[in-house]
Design a protein around this ligand. Structure first.
Ligand code: 5AD
Ligand code: SF4
Length: 492
């Protein structure tokens, strides 16, 4: 099975009929793309450059690694700059402003394509699952060569080849955009290439989609129904990652706590974690995201017992008002959320808790907002992502009455942000003086004599060091806290 990723594309007979089954079909099209890339090389005297731009969450980032893996396999070199021969935006659509950003940048890409007529432009990700978006792109951005959605990302090689062929045959007219978008799927295609951004850590998809339908959220509409990957596939992937030098994995799903419910042989997320824990070479396990309504005692106990599961839980609150939570369809009350955090902290006292909060949901009164502030003060989050409510067409909240005026929301948002930051910075220093395990992740962006890493609880630490240390876990004495991060030095 792993053999697939090692396949020599030059050995595939590209004049035969394309295979029907996956992933063989995609490897066949990768071989075809590779031939096109060689043609490009002959014409230009260099290999084509590709640039995958990730605009979304960790799921998106992992999808981008899959795209990059395929591009690499077919012979593109990678570039961080959009001055490339193939640029693809992996989009997000959770909030409206994410969409607007894409339209803005497309204008800029159009300019680049005029200078480089062999440049291909692609769009994929959550935003492409919205029919109105695709209509608008066909209408106003007809220079785009390729569009696909979240459910058929695995077809990238096949679709890219289609776009390449159209381009080569110089028929590029308005109607020649390659577009393939599925509404939903229960298919999960395994064993495609991927290229990790970091050699020592990796995301691992454990499930796709979401069934929760929080009333503000577009994700269930663009990512489809919840489906879990089979545990054998997940564990095999983690083993292969460990064998390849990965020490930290982040298990990814929209709601990891409901993992395994729809498997042939159901299993819980906690069971999966315990299996992952047994894999040698993996030192740290993280996961994202946990819905409070599904966080089980079994999971808390598993985290408590574990040597590898990191001391961090991201537990989206969204609102502190039980009335708003009900309208959001979150299925928990303020009191239940607070009780859950208390239970968690009783079991694992040093755990860092972070959250997501939405301000200005329809019908949010001053009292409701104060309830949110109250939870923030009571929980004392280590950090919190705060969002202004964004109306997403097609979600139930979009047609609710009492949408809140923007100026009012902005005021509340600023108050919340200030509170969240004050609490986070007051909490940040509590480990100063202690020695902590830090996974060194990169050379410091400002100072080349420093490296930057993370503690188990996700706190950031800067310390003297060089790039040789990247990917190692060091014992670090935290000498000072500055705002939200620590300075430290390696001990021993
Ligand atoms: N408006 C604002 N924030 C949203 N989120 C999801 N949908 C919306 C929306 N319509 C936030 C939630 C979620 C995070 C990923 O994005 O807080 O947890
Ligand atoms: Fe959206 Fe709620 Fe699903 Fe998270 S759990 S992706 S907020 S619907």
């Amino acid at each position: 099975r792993e053999m697939y990723q090692e396949i020599d594309l030059d050995k595939i007979d590209i004049h035969a009929e394309p295979p029907i089954e996956e992933p063989a079909r995609q490897y066949y099209f990768m071989a075809k793309c590779r031939k096109w890339v060689k043609g490009f090389e002959q014409k230009h005297g260099r290999l084509p450059k590709s640039c995958v731009v990730n605009m979304g969450c960790q799921m998106n980032a992992r999808d981008s690694e899959k795209l990059t893996g395929i591009l690499r396999k077919i012979g593109y070199c990678q570039s961080d700059s959009e001055e490339a021969d193939f640029v693809i935006y992996n989009t997000c659509t959770v909030r409206e402003n994410a969409n607007n950003k894409v339209y803005g940048r497309l204008g800029y890409l159009n300019g680049m394509q005029k200078k480089n007529p062999d440049m291909l432009i692609g769009l994929c990700g959550c935003m492409m699952q919205e029919p109105s978006v695709v209509e608008k792109i066909k209408e106003s951005y007809s220079f785009v060569n390729l569009i696909f959605g979240t459910h058929n990302l695995f077809q990238f090689a096949e679709l890219l080849f289609c776009a390449m062929e159209k381009h080569s045959s110089a028929q590029k007219k308005k109607a020649d955009m390659t577009i393939e978008i599925w509404e939903d799927t229960d298919q999960i295609v395994e064993n495609l290439p991927n290229k990790r951004k970091y050699f020592f850590k990796s995301g691992v998809n454990i499930m796709f989609g979401c069934n929760n339908f929080c009333s503000y959220c577009i994700v269930p509409y663009v990512r489809g129904r919840e489906r879990s990957r089979r545990p054998e596939e997940i564990l095999r992937e983690i083993e292969a990652l460990a064998a390849d030098g990965v020490v930290e994995v982040m298990l990814l799903g929209q709601n990891v706590n409901s993992y395994g419910k729809n498997l042939e042989t159901p299993m819980t997320f906690a069971q999966l974690l315990r299996e992952a824990e047994n894999i040698d070479g993996i030192e740290r396990i993280r996961f994202m995201t946990s819905h409070p309504k599904d966080l089980s005692d079994e999971l808390i106990e598993t985290m408590k017992q574990s040597k590898k599961i990191c001391r961090h839980l991201h537990l989206p609150l969204q609102s502190g008002s039980s009335k708003i939570l009900k309208k959001m369809n979150r299925n928990y009350t303020k009191e239940q959320y607070l009780a859950l955090v208390e239970k968690l902290r009783n079991a694992i006292p040093d755990i860092a808790v972070t959250t997501d909060i939405i301000v200005g949901f329809p019908g949010e009164t001053e009292e409701d907002f104060e309830e949110t502030m109250d939870v923030v003060r009571k929980v004392q989050y280590d950090s919190a992502f705060t969002f202004i409510y964004s109306k997403r067409t097609g979600t139930p909240a979009a047609s609710m009455e009492d949408q809140i005026p923007e100026e009012l929301v902005k005021k509340r948002f600023d108050r919340l942000l200030k509170e969240v930051q004050q609490i986070a910075s007051a909490k940040a220093g509590r480990y100063t003086g202690s020695v902590q395990k830090v996974l060194i992740e990169q050379v410091n962006e400002q100072d080349a004599h420093l490296v930057t890493g993370r503690m188990s609880n996700n706190s950031i630490v800067h310390l003297p060091g060089t790039k040789e240390r990247i990917g190692t876990i060091a014992d670090v004495r935290l000498t000072e806290c500055r705002g939200f991060y620590y300075l430290g030095e390696v001990v021993g």
